[in-house]
Design a binder for this molecule. Sequence first.
Ligand code: PLP
Length: 453
Amino acid sequence: MGMQSEGDTNLTGSRAAWQARALDPAARALLARDSRSFLHQSVSTPCLNAIARAEGIWIEDTAGRRFMDFHGNNVHHIGYAHPRLKRAIAQQMEALSFAPRRYACEPAVALAEKLGMIAPGNLSKVLLTTGGSDAVEVAVKIARAATGRFKTLSFWDSFHGAGIGAASLSGESLFRAGPAAPLVAGAQHVAPFACYRCRYGHDVDEDGAPFLARCRTACADMVDYVLAREGDVAAVIAEPARAVPYLPPPGYWRAVRDACDRHGALLVFDEIPTGLGKTGRMFACEHEGVAPDMLVLGKALGGGMLPIAAVIARPDLDVGAEWAFGHYTHEKNPITARAALTTIEIIEDENLVAYAARLGEIALERMTDMKRRLPAIGDVRGRGLLLGIELVRSRTEKLPDPALAESVLYRALDAGLSFKTTMGNVLTLTPPLITTEAEMLRALAIIEEAIAA
Ligand SMILES: Cc1ncc(COP(=O)(O)O)c(C=O)c1O
């Protein structure tokens, strides 16, 4: 297998050592049944632990131990088991529990209208799917139909979903190499923005000195270059803020937007993890002042309870009337639609977007402080509640320290904090938007102690 870009896997010795020390007999028994029954895959089965409850920011294992969940697959913006969402879903089950194909239903229509209202630019026409991977593939089909082209351009190191189409866009060998191939033809990639480890040779200085004058966003130039050379790319598809996390350098998306317009490619933002307030704006692309031609949402849209995703497109991209791009059984499921609508209402009514921005600033300040004390921290970065701490063996050489990252992860679990590592050495923190300041500071203290130890 190629370079590890997904998080901590179930293939390592430290995972086994933690389990030997931490798991109780009930968890062991359930994990053994799980492992016998499910097909194995490296970031899922065999599992880490067994969960019995999930509420607010907390998950609880079968032994009754509680963990703050700073991972949550980015589904838990409003916290697990939000009472208002549970009530809304229960009421919807009583009122109307399914909509067979060819029938409109109130919750699905209301959701589509709501998505059109909150989406950036004039994006307003919606197609719903059950999962994010499917929604990404729908966006590709729309782009093909609208442009008469089939090629795509996306980022190395990205993940856009498990389907063969979405895996072709993805840039991680874990999802696209070996038995996942052959992939969809025409799926091109560029190295993404990554200012701390710039693939175009313009790393940010150790002191974070201004770098744009020097690099002139070479990363955005490369997108323009590939679009020009190919001349017939249907769409650029990317996360506006990368989940590693990496933020775009200022002006990146403006430049890529202009390049797309020049070369006739559509711009599709995958905001499956970042959408609905995670970065302190309703959508991460709002920080950049750039609206895409299509936006893809998922994960938190179902409120951490139900699976639902969406493509929101410019109205003039409604070009598939003679086809069936989103022919999904649960396309207009009233229960999942109700869950999504209520989740957005909760995010708005509880002012979670502005709160995430504020709490993110506090966290980043605290992380910057930690970096001053701990030489093992090479970089801290993020926006809102998409945060990362990059661990290195040496600050000057920036040698990644995945072994330390793994040991911090397992020490943190011992202290009641769960998160995931990305690219092997980045502690990736994506807490719910309802995390209190005290909980955030507690989590960062756990991490600091674990790194120092
Ligand atoms: C950026 C991004 N796109 C797409 C997906 C796929 O979504 P789903 O797992 O709902 O198919 C994910 C899931 O992790 C993601 O992070």
